[in-house]
Design a protein around this ligand. Sequence first.
Ligand SMILES: C[S@@+](CC[C@H](N)C(=O)[O-])C[C@H]1O[C@@H](n2cnc3c(N)ncnc32)[C@H](O)[C@@H]1O
Length: 249
Amino acid sequence: MSPDDRFVPGGAALSARTAAVWSVLYGELGRRPGAELSIVDVGGGTGGFAVPLAQLGHVVTVVDPSPDALATLDRRAQTADVADRIRAIQGDTDTLLDLVAPDSADLVLCHSLLEVVDDPERTLRRVAAVLRAGGCLSVLVANRAAAVLARALGGHFAEAQRALADPEGRWGDGDGSTRRFDTGRILAMLDGVGLSVEQLHGVRVVADLVPGAVADGAGESLVDVELALAAVSPYRDIATQLHVLARKP
Ligand SMILES: C[S@@+](CC[C@H](N)C(=O)[O-])C[C@H]1O[C@@H](n2cnc3c(N)ncnc32)[C@H](O)[C@@H]1O
């Protein structure tokens, strides 16, 4: 990463929680320097990625069913002076292809969405259909392995076993998550919709494991270790989230 890449567009320092994702996105955007890319953020919520991407000069369409999230997105976009570069559409993945033209986007973000939809395979098919040939999909999903370890390290051994065996990676009725993914499943899903996987990273390999007070004082050194571990097995395999970059041929 270059020194400039140590910051999220807009000036905030990279956080250990998203550094690995930004590192991959910077690499992808850097393939076409100066180009104004068409980006779609499906389930983009309050614009945590959309606003910085617009600040980099791209045009971002956010599709999300939540009016509250879109209102916050609108405020953030105004504050960052990029409202003219962001199109916020209230909608969901069922209507995605009525809202965004198929084969149109250079980059599509699908972050923390496949965990919450009714049918992740169908959702991914629709999301992939929005990409133009040569365009890239950035997918971020919750990792089952991290939940298994977290339950076991917390002394909840039966729940750890349940998360290990459950088809959706859930540890029990009190689990607030609908599903988590294994590396094999998400890679197979991407292959199944005709995308070619180029990069796989772990996100938050250690950021969620170190005590909060340590993380708060760690600054760039925690970001450094996250970036160093993100692509390296076995570290990436236990990260809280898995990030995949996949291209449409
Ligand atoms: C966990 S948040 C993730 C927000 C954002 N992508 C991020 O990474 O910060 C999930 C988002 O997906 C949206 N969502 C839920 N169901 C959806 C659907 N069927 N289609 C599109 N977005 C959906 C929610 O409103 C919410 O904003």
